[in-house]
Design a protein around this ligand. Structure first.
Ligand code: PLP
Length: 381
């Protein structure tokens, strides 16, 4: 059947029809009063979403662009940066640091396990002459479905005085990321994740402390020079031509999110996570992340005895449901169910029912048909 595709990947995520329709308007000039009006409302909405009074700047980029901008605007070549690495994205921020000639100390944990906050405490406490300039943490590690204990790690960073740079790409809009309460200096995110929008926009929140670091940071930058974005944002415009139509859709998406409310959004993601995990357990599959460190946005499943790629391709072929695969060495070992953004109970029930049918067809009989759906439904009552 055509046009019945269902995206259950952690990005791009599904997009509401009203958000899609808002793209279908004629572009307007980004120096016009009409654009400034939209930009002003968007900026207020972004601050609401980030729970901050800090600048939240908008770039035409993907989430990686937001993180790269955050890193290069506050650091200088040779600076020492501590990077938390327990998956694909943590590793990526280490690679960005390498590319710019930063020195890194990588604190690692095996893929599927959370970063140990105590390792950060030890490294930071030992750094009595304050050579560490920043700590980079991936809050929700999308590659493994693990959420890191940002709140605790950040407390140690605060005690030390380094900047905290956060990849919140799959935690913002899914779980509580109170930027001002926690004092997060740089927070990066991208439109195709929790924002219920198509890909193409990236967001960076920048604290006053980060702006102070910007004053002395010497890494080269031009298109990603956040000072330019800040200066123009004060006039409700952008330094370079923005993807105007994506601004329309962001405007619509933020309105929808504000109508639902932050607490309700977080509760919905919590419920989707619990329902998905309960279903997977009821099917006697293993969860890649343990209960205490499960991402609100994505559940990684180890389908013991079945090739994960076979499950994915049959889900696509039979039901037109897209699941994500494992990355790097996890390819074939895990598949990942996204439940981020414009996802509701119905989507989870449908995806689990389809998954049951698919693994049953593949000869997996170590569960009773319907057990996954029943377990998920019980979390939704
Ligand atoms: C998707 C994602 C990103 C950004 O990836 P892009 O492809 O550059 O948008 C960064 N971090 C995490 C944790 C992600 O899930």
């Amino acid at each position: 059947m055509q046009d019945k595709a269902m995206l259950m990947i952690p990005g791009p995520t599904p997009v509401p029809e009203s958000v899609l329709l808002s793209l279908a308007k004629h572009p307007i000039g980004h120096r016009s009063g009409e654009f400034s009006q939209i930009m002003a409302e968007i900026t207020a909405g972004l601050k609401w979403l980030h729970q901050t009074k800090n600048d939240v700047l908008i770039l035409a980029a993907s989430g990686t662009g937001a993180m790269e901008a955050g890193i290069i605007n506050v650091l200088s070549a040779g600076d020492l940066v501590v990077v938390g690495c327990n998956g694909k994205f943590g590793d990526r921020w280490g690679e960005v640091c390498d590319a710019y000639g930063l020195k890194t100390e990588r604190i690692t944990a095996p893929w599927g396990k959370p970063l140990d906050p105590d390792s950060f405490r030890q490294v930071l406490e030992a750094d009595t002459d304050k050579t560490i300039k920043a700590v980079i943490i991936t809050h929700s590690e999308t590659s493994t479905g693990v959420i890191n204990d940002l709140e605790t790690i950040n407390r140690y960073v605060k005690a030390h005085g380094a900047l905290i740079i956060v990849d919140a790409v799959t935690s913002l809009g899914a779980t509580n990321v109170p930027v001002d309460d926690w004092g997060l200096d740089i927070v990066g995110s991208g439109s195709q994740k929790g924002y219920m929008m198509p890909p193409g926009l990236a967001f960076v929140s920048v604290s006053e402390k980060a702006w102070a670091a910007y004053q002395t940071a010497t890494l080269p930058k031009y298109y990603l020079d956040l000072g330019k974005y800040r200066k123009d944002a004060q006039k409700n415009t952008t330094p370079f031509t923005p993807p105007v139509n994506l601004f329309y859709s962001l405007h619509t998406a933020l309105t929808i999110m504000q109508r639902e409310g932050l607490e309700a959004i977080f509760a919905r993601h919590q419920r989707l996570q619990s329902a998905t995990r309960a279903a997977i357990k009821a099917m006697n599959f293993a969860l890649f992340a343990e209960d205490g460190c499960a991402s609100p946005a994505i559940t990684a499943v180890v389908p013991q005895g079945i090739d994960a790629e076979t499950v994915r391709s049959l889900m696509k072929k039979r039901f037109d449901i897209a699941l994500a695969g494992g990355q790097d060495h996890l390819k074939g070992e895990i598949f990942r169910i996204g439940h981020l953004g414009f996802v509701g109970d119905r989507d989870i029930l449908a995806a689990i029912a389809a998954l049951e049918a698919v693994v049953y067809e593949l000869g997996y009989k170590n569960f009773s048909l319907g057990a996954g759906v029943a377990a998920a439904a019980q979390c939704m009552g």
